[in-house]
Ligand binder design. Structure first.
Ligand SMILES: [Ca+2]
Ligand SMILES: [Ca+2]
Length: 446
């Protein structure tokens, strides 16, 4: 059932006249437990209200989805467990258009899963402002998972943070799909999200995991993990309207080698983009595609590409220009913790090639993990700032040593990340022992 809780619940009669007014001016919470209650809750909500969704499955039963037309509404899970609060349609060919269709401004969707719909898990109306999608799962839509269509103005100040976008069977239903697809976006931040398997099954390449295209400006895409998607991050599209400004940094993008049909394409693609800064991303492809980062068309000017770590080309094509600084494009698999798992954190094997080898960039203050940069003597190339104690046991050598580590560092043994955090390291070369956190754990030092 639906329950409403006002922030004002005093029973003092003399104040009732005033409270009847303040009741409607104070935010309230509305708790719901199924899709019909969710629709009723959204209908009853006013600006500033929060709808709390109990754990459970919310089966879309109106063939369309939940429409949010009022401004300043929060819809979130009561438990903050996004896998336990599931809004589901009837499948990608099941006739349910959306999970949520949003024309209200300043709307937050948080801590829930939205899946198995025909069009989009979430779609806004045109010229939408301040959409926030936080800690959600968007999976299995026939078209793009999150869609912001083109109007005449801009859809501005959106935030997509900490979400998972995926196709659970490893590939999409058709090529006309993508992760985040925003037209005429301005001042959006897309950070700390994971994208998996946004891949075309045939016909043509799928859209990007993150795509801000015609007439977008000042977009920040940072600290995202993108695995096995046809295209990673795209600003602009085609040789038409210019995408202005923005930053793409600290993202990890991996694509495995796939037998059979695969449309693997660029990791980062700028098409007719002006003044975009692309720095400290890590891109590793085990497939055959040649371009890790691509800039296209003569409208692509004023672009800087710095400190990126790839095993594929940075490709300026079709008349594009860019300034390239301190990029490394010959990364090897063993420079990373585990390419097969898409874990592109640095291993100690990369020490001589990329660690402390980067160029300082204004605004670069942390890494993919949110850890402060620089660690050691300089910025590391790529998305990960190495924060480890590296020990090669069999070779009888210490690559680095620390008498104390603040903050804690991760222990690497022979280039592999262990689960051990190290706060204190002592090395005794006379008795061939080293001591981690007060415990002697090895005697094979020389
Ligand atoms: Ca460093
Ligand atoms: Ca790190």
């Amino acid at each position: 059932m639906i329950t409403k809780t006002s922030m004002n619940n005093t029973n003092t009669p003399i104040l009732l006249l005033f409270l009847s007014f303040s009741f409607y001016t104070h935010a309230k919470t509305i708790t719901v437990g199924n899709f019909s209650e969710l629709l009723n809750g959204i209908s009853a909500a006013e600006s500033g209200d929060t709808i709390l969704m109990r754990d459970g499955t919310y089966t879309v039963n109106n063939g369309y989805g939940a429409q949010v037309v009022k401004n300043n509404i929060v819809i979130k899970s009561l438990s903050n467990s996004r896998e336990k609060v599931v809004v589901t349609g009837g499948g990608m060919a099941g006739g349910t258009n959306y999970g949520f269709w949003i024309s209200g401004h300043d709307v937050t969707i948080q801590g829930i899963t939205i899946q198995d719909v025909t069009n989009h898990c979430i779609q806004t109306d045109v010229d939408n402002h301040k959409l926030r999608v936080i800690d959600c799962v968007l999976r299995n839509a026939y078209e793009q998972l999150l869609k912001v269509p083109a109007g005449t103005g801009k859809s501005d100040s959106g935030l997509v943070e900490g979400c998972l976008f995926e196709f659970t069977k490893g590939v999409a239903e058709n090529y006309y799909t993508g992760g985040i697809d925003v037209h005429r976006g301005k001042d959006w931040v897309v950070r700390n999200n994971t994208f998996r398997n946004i891949r075309s099954p045939g016909g043509s390449v799928a859209e990007h995991a993150i795509h801000f295209w015609n007439n977008s400006e000042n977009i920040v895409a940072e600290n995202n993990l993108i695995i096995d998607c046809d295209r990673g991050i795209g600003f602009g599209m085609g040789n038409t309207a210019i995408h202005q400004g923005g930053i793409i940094r600290n993202n990890m993008i991996y694509h495995r080698s796939i037998n059979g049909t695969d449309f693997g394409d660029a990791g980062i693609c700028l098409e007719n983009c002006a003044g975009v800064n692309v720095y400290n991303n890590t891109i590793f492809f085990d497939n055959e595609y040649k371009g890790a980062i691509e800039c296209r068309f003569a409208g692509s000017t004023g672009i800087t590409i710095s400190n990126n770590l790839t095993n594929k080309t940075i490709w300026l094509r079709d008349g594009a220009s860019a300034t390239l600084t301190s990029n490394v494009t010959n990364a090897q698999s063993n420079w990373f913790v585990s390419t097969s798992r898409g874990d592109l954190h640095l291993s100690s094997i990369s020490l001589n090639s990329v660690i402390d080898k980067g160029t300082p960039v204004t605004g670069l203050v942390n890494d993919f993990d949110g850890e402060a940069r620089p660690q050691g003597s300089g910025i590391d190339i790529g998305a990960d700032e190495f924060n480890g104690v590296s020990i090669k046991r069999k070779s009888q050598k210490m690559l680095q040593s620390f008498s104390s580590c603040s903050p804690k560092k991760i222990l690497f043994i022979r280039g592999k990340r262990t689960g051990m955090e190290v706060s204190k390291v002592a090395i005794n070369h006379s008795n061939k022992r080293f001591n981690l956190n007060g415990t002697v754990i090895s005697s094979d030092l020389e």
